[in-house]
Design a protein around this ligand. Structure first.
Ligand SMILES: Cc1cc2nc3c(=O)[nH]c(=O)nc-3n(C[C@H](O)[C@H](O)[C@H](O)COP(=O)(O)OP(=O)(O)OC[C@H]3O[C@@H](n4cnc5c(N)ncnc54)[C@H](O)[C@@H]3O)c2cc1C
Length: 478
């Protein structure tokens, strides 16, 4: 059994929540230890060398311009130069009778917010005039903001605002299922409204689409290096089995190899089920158990499945696209996205990644079934797929990709200092005001760092402000 000495703060979990807490606290001069059970940092935003494919794979993560805390963290670490930014999103409808796909591009123009996307929106062929009218009327509800209450399911909102069938399939669904990763009845209007207000209406910058061009573990290594440079001691391959509160107010955490970590404050930067497991090792009568465990039954996961295809030829010149009327909802052209990186090796052919959000059905399908259905659908957009040879393929099923922002969940999401007595909580599922995203995770880590500082009687402001409203949205006081 080894004793790792005592730190001011011990952070368990080196996903984005734990990394951002460690960077904030060590940057403010605290002595921080960060432990992670995997051999890499980044948590769910990870990449790895697939042994059978002999390729570095990840499930493509994207961010938006309104993710101010994530962007700030990447900038501090110097990782922001690996983000590719796009001002428009291409939507494709499958071609009829093996013809070419129909394309609509939605993005910012010279018009001031909230009308900056209206020029491209009015020209989009994927929607009829009636669809556009119902969307425009619906969006008016989010002009000044979004509901504070998260009780209403988005499915009820779509009905209440009389959205047309095609407006739902070609607009609300690709955006909301893509960002909140669940079905409409399991997403609250509050978070759907937030997506549209922050990214579609408040400013053109808020809606820019950012794609990390490096494999994710490489991308987030820079953040871990920043934490270490500031004095954080990082312990990989260290799985914590048990936590304990000491009579002097300090905390200890015992790893599966028996080693012990001590600190004045403990931050659990874990997914909700791992948090429940560790809080469950505290005595029955502890206030942390009583405050945290009853809420945990209200959290649920939603899966994401990604399909990775290496073709012997070029399939498309697009970097990415939203695919309409199919199970596969997004296409990322990894060959093109990664091509400017120093590590990029030019290869013949093309590597595409297809994403199925809220992929509950795919959890029960075989790899072969998923690949063959996806290739069939892809050929509906790019007929050249029918002649192309697939050199290799892979499927990543992430059953616990995100937690679902089911209606009414907010009252069960604990604040960073909700556990009490020197135990702090971080993780995308805590009370951040954001859904299950990298931005939510970074905010949670920074909120936990602020709570730790407050607990030590110090001032600490680590959150980055939201983007300001621009154009007419400023006049509306948004
Ligand atoms: C396939 C997929 C696609 C996604 N796409 C997007 C996207 O496009 N945009 C976006 O913003 N978000 C996306 N997300 C969500 C995003 O990845 C998460 O919201 C975010 O990474 C959560 O970070 P976290 O730090 O809260 O938790 P995690 O990333 O889960 O980090 C928790 C860490 O704790 C470690 N840990 C757990 N138990 C222990 C223990 N006992 N001891 C030590 N360490 C432990 C874990 O190994 C992990 O590293 C996606 C997620 C997935 C899976």
């Amino acid at each position: 059994m080894s004793d790792n000495g005592s730190a001011d703060v011990l952070v368990i979990g080196a996903g984005l929540a734990g990394l951002s807490a460690a960077v904030a606290l060590s940057g403010a001069g605290a002595d921080v230890a960060l432990v992670e059970r995997k051999p890499h940092v980044g948590g769910r935003a990870y990449s790895y060398e697939h042994p059978a494919l002999e390729e570095v794979v990840d499930s493509q993560h994207v961010l938006l311009g309104c993710c101010t805390n994530l962007i700030d963290l990447c900038r501090l670490a110097g990782a922001d130069r690996h983000i590719r930014w796009y001002d428009k999103i291409t939507f494709l409808e499958p071609g009829r009778a093996s013809g070419a796909a129909r394309r609509s591009d939605i993005g910012a123009s010279f018009l001031p917010a909230p009308g900056h996307s209206s020029w491209s929106f009015l020209r989009a062929s994927m929607l009829s005039v009636a669809d556009k009218a119902s969307i425009a009327l619906g969006l008016l509800e989010f002009l000044r903001g979004y509901p504070l209450s998260d009780e209403e399911p988005f499915s009820a909102w779509l009905k209440r605002t009389k959205q047309t069938d095609r407006a739902i399939r070609h607009f609300w669904e690709p955006v909301i299922v893509g960002t909140l990763n669940d079905t409409f009845d399991r997403c609250s209007t509050r978070y759907a409204g937030q997506v549209f207000h922050e990214s579609f209406m408040k400013s053109a910058e808020g809606g820019r689409l950012g794609i990390p061009a490096q494999p994710l573990s490489e991308f987030y290594t820079a953040v871990a290096q920043l934490a270490e440079k500031q004095g954080t001691s990082l312990h990989l391959r260290t799985s914590i089995d048990r936590i304990e509160s000491m009579p002097d107010g300090a905390w200890t955490a015992t790893a599966s190899d028996g080693s012990i970590y001590r600190a004045g404050s403990l931050v659990l930067a874990l997914p909700f089920e791992q948090t429940a497991r560790l809080v469950g090792t505290l005595p029955e009568e502890s206030i942390q158990r009583q405050r945290i465990l009853p809420a945990m039954d209200h959290f649920t996961h939603s899966p994401i499945t990604t399909i990775h295809l290496w073709f012997d030829r070029v399939i498309t010149e697009l970097d990415h696209a939203a695919l309409l009327d199919t199970r596969i909802q997004w296409m990322f052209n990894k060959s093109r996205i990664r091509r400017f990186e120093e590590s990029a090796v030019a290869q013949p052919g093309q590597y595409l990644e297809l994403v199925i959000s809220a992929s509950f059905a795919e959890l029960h399908r075989t790899r072969e079934e998923i690949v063959s259905a996806a290739v069939e659908e892809l050929a509906g957009f790019f007929p050249v797929v029918r002649e192309a040879r697939i050199l290799k393929s892979g499927v990543l099923k992430e059953a616990r990709a995100t937690f679902s922002v089911v209606p009414g969940l907010d009252r069960f999401r604990p604040a960073a200092d909700g556990a009490g007595e020197g135990l702090y909580l971080a993780g995308d599922w805590t009370l951040t005001g954001w859904p299950s995203t990298m931005e939510g995770a970074v905010r949670s880590g920074r909120l936990a760092a602020e709570a730790v500082a407050r607990g030590a009687g110090k001032q600490g402001r680590f959150l980055t402000p939201d983007l300001p409203a621009t154009g007419l949205m400023r006049l509306l006081g948004c």
